[in-house]
Design a protein around this ligand. Structure first.
Ligand SMILES: Nc1ncnc2c1ncn2[C@@H]1O[C@H](COP(=O)(O)OP(=O)(O)OP(=O)(O)O)[C@@H](O)[C@H]1O
Length: 613
């Protein structure tokens, strides 16, 4: 608690214009304002002085300038404040406190706007505003922001004095938000039509604004101020409702008058310093709630509303006396400061910084998780690539294997090919032998043979045909010879020699065409001298067929080899690409690992600083 300053309650009187009922009944104005702060009977001796007296034509804004501003400014600095209107029913309390929105706003909306305009001007400070709105109806405290909360209970609170258990408190960040709350609460407030007021308040209402403030980033205490804006129900006499008043109205009247009487007594006792008897705050919910404000620690401003009409003389006089007593009360007010979690603003700030810390932690965790995911992803990709590489290597191996086999096959085939020299002497040998004994044997069936790629098939075919000279003419010549009477063995030998020469030519041609000095093995011809021309033809045909077969095999092998070479090239290219990818991924992985290490080092460093702190 800071230093206390002694101040009087600010009390003013507002005279309302005569209403239609008063004018119709021939009512007369019997009170008049004198100067700035005096009110006096027009034709009597009574006069009263207050801080201010406001005429019928005074705007509520002007009243706020004097009554409201000083209270709100104190609240912004951390002092409790209380503004209320007092007066008989229909005297203009609600008109003064709430007014008509936008047209003629009352002290409550004007206070709200002023609070937020003050906050805007307070650079270097931060505020937290929360609001509650209750009514005391027939001694029951009801929550106007939540109509389901009825008959709320009061409890003593060491810090704020009296606490309403379970009351709704809404945190607001703009005057519009507060005004909306106010309008919502107004809808729930109980009013009724009486002989004196079309819309008479049947309850006392308290709109409470709690202002918490502190210096930005400062370690200073938090100032907490409660501003109570009270619209009291008006005191009533039995003729307010007429003889046919319902039991509800009568009951309301009884409660209203009793609580106002208690308030009057409290004010009287507070103004009479000589009387040491206990002050009956507990006699009504209203005085109990107002106790912290009235007994000292609050800047209080009271507007007493009166009608200047002669028929309200007694009530007006009673109000003026109440105002006079209230004027005498001295208040010792001081700034309310708290530390730590007692202030909501500190609690919220703590929660905010905790949430921010959690957010930072989560962001760090997320970054780490992301890194781990990337690492996992990379190592998975690497694994896949590795597997692909292994598969490609295996394929390459099998291709190499196949190639090797192919080569071996080629070698094997080459081994089948005999040199011309090897063949020739045999033939010559055969030619030199006694040809009578020699007969063409059936060609020995040979295995599939292969030949090197650059063997020119087209050419060989041509040469083959040319050299064998199987033209019709040659055959006819052979046939002719065969048919001759003298078709004897020598003729056959000639024919045989002729055929052998053809084969010899073919062999040398093949030798010329091959890359190697070897040729396709023509199935070795074991010459059993053919007996007939048909036999010769058959042998030649068989030889020719063999050569054809070999040509086909060679063609097929050539195609297969080309396809394999292509596939081999493609696999090599694939492997190169995959290897490049693996290298890239490896680089990325290294980078990630380096970053991770840096983060871990930074974390350890931070933790070491935290521990040192
Ligand atoms: N200063 C004023 N200027 C013009 N009209 C006023 C003034 N004061 C009060 N009135 C009008 O008088 C009527 C009654 O006023 P109001 O409802 O504020 O009285 P009240 O004291 O709150 O009554 P209650 O105690 O029954 O609720 C309203 O129609 C209001 O507009």
């Amino acid at each position: 608690m800071g230093e206390r300053t002694i101040e009087n309650i600010t009390v003013s009187v507002r005279i309302r214009p005569l209403n239609q009922r008063e004018l119709t009944s021939g009512g007369e104005k019997i009170w008049e304002k004198l100067g700035e702060s005096e009110i006096k009977e027009k034709s009597g001796a009574r006069s009263f002085s207050y801080d201010r007296v406001y005429n019928e034509d005074t705007e509520t804004g002007e009243i706020f300038e004097y009554q409201g501003v000083q209270v709100i400014e104190k609240c912004i600095s951390g002092f409790n404040g209380c503004i209320f209107c007092y007066g008989q029913t229909g005297s203009g309390k609600t008109h003064t406190m709430h007014g008509i929105r936008k047209i003629n706003p009352g002290l409550v909306p004007l206070s709200i706007d002023y609070i937020f305009s003050m906050i805007q001007k307070s650079s270097g400070k931060e505020f937290l505003i929360r609001c509650a709105y209750i009514e005391i109806y027939n001694e029951s405290i009801n929550d106007l922001l939540n109509p389901n909360l009825l008959n709320l209970q009061l409890a003593e609170d060491k810090r704020s004095g009296i606490k309403i258990i379970g009351v709704t408190e809404e945190v607001c960040t703009s005057s519009n938000q507060v005004n909306s709350l106010l309008a919502m609460g107004e809808k729930h407030r109980i009013t009724a039509s009486t002989n004196f007021n079309q819309r008479s308040s049947r309850s006392h209402s308290i709109f409470r604004v709690i202002v918490e403030s502190k210096n930005i980033n400062g370690k200073s205490n938090v100032a907490i101020a409660a501003l109570n804006l009270i619209d009291l129900a008006g005191s009533e006499s039995a003729d307010v409702h007429g003889p046919s008043a319902s039991s509800t109205r009568s009951k309301e009247m009884k409660y209203i008058n009793r609580s106002l009487l208690t308030l009057g007594t409290v004010i009287m006792r507070l103004s009479d310093k000589k009387n040491n008897a206990p002050i009956p705050y507990r006699d009504s919910k209203l005085t109990r709630l107002l106790q912290p404000a009235l007994e000292g620690n609050s800047k209080v401003s009271i507007v007493c509303n009166i009608s200047s009409c002669n028929d309200a003389y007694d009530e007006t006089l009673s109000t003026l006396k109440f105002a006079q007593r209230a004027k005498k009360i001295k208040q010792a007010i001081c700034k309310n400061e708290v530390t730590g979690s007692k202030a909501l603003i500190i609690k919220y700030e703590k929660e905010i910084s905790e949430l921010q810390e959690r957010l930072r932690e989560m962001e760090m965790k997320m970054a780490q998780e992301e890194k781990i995911t990337i690492d996992l992803h990379l190592s998975k990709e690497m694994q896949i690539l590795q597997e692909e590489k292994e598969r490609a290597d295996a394929r390459l191996d099998s291709i190499l294997q196949e190639k090797l086999q192919l080569k071996q096959e080629l070698e094997r085939l080459k081994s089948f090919i005999i040199s011309a020299e090897n063949v020739k002497p045999k033939i010559i040998e055969k030619n030199n032998r006694n040809r009578k004994d020699s007969i063409y044997k059936k060609p020995v069936s040979h295995s599939r043979t292969k030949i090197s790629y650059d063997f020119r098939l087209e050419d060989s075919e041509l040469m083959l045909t040319k050299n064998l000279d199987f033209s019709q003419n040659s055959f006819s010549r052979v046939v002719d010879l065969n048919n001759e009477e003298s078709s004897n063995f020598s003729t056959l030998i000639r024919n045989d020699t002729y055929l052998l020469n053809g084969i010899e030519n073919l062999e040398s041609e093949l030798l010329r065409m091959g890359t190697q000095k070897e040729i396709i093995p023509i199935p070795p011809v074991e010459i059993n001298t053919p007996k007939t021309y048909e036999e010769c033809l058959k042998i030649i045909e068989e030889q020719r067929k063999c050569i054809e077969d070999q040509k086909n095999v060679i063609e097929q092998l050539k195609c297969e080899n080309e396809a394999r070479d292509l596939a081999f090239l493609k696999f090599n290219k694939d492997i190169e690409e995959k290897q490049e990818q693996i290298e890239l991924l490896n680089d990325e992985l290294t980078l990630c690992r380096n970053n991770l290490t840096k983060i871990q080092i930074a974390n350890r460093f931070r933790q070491s600083i935290k521990q040192i702190n």
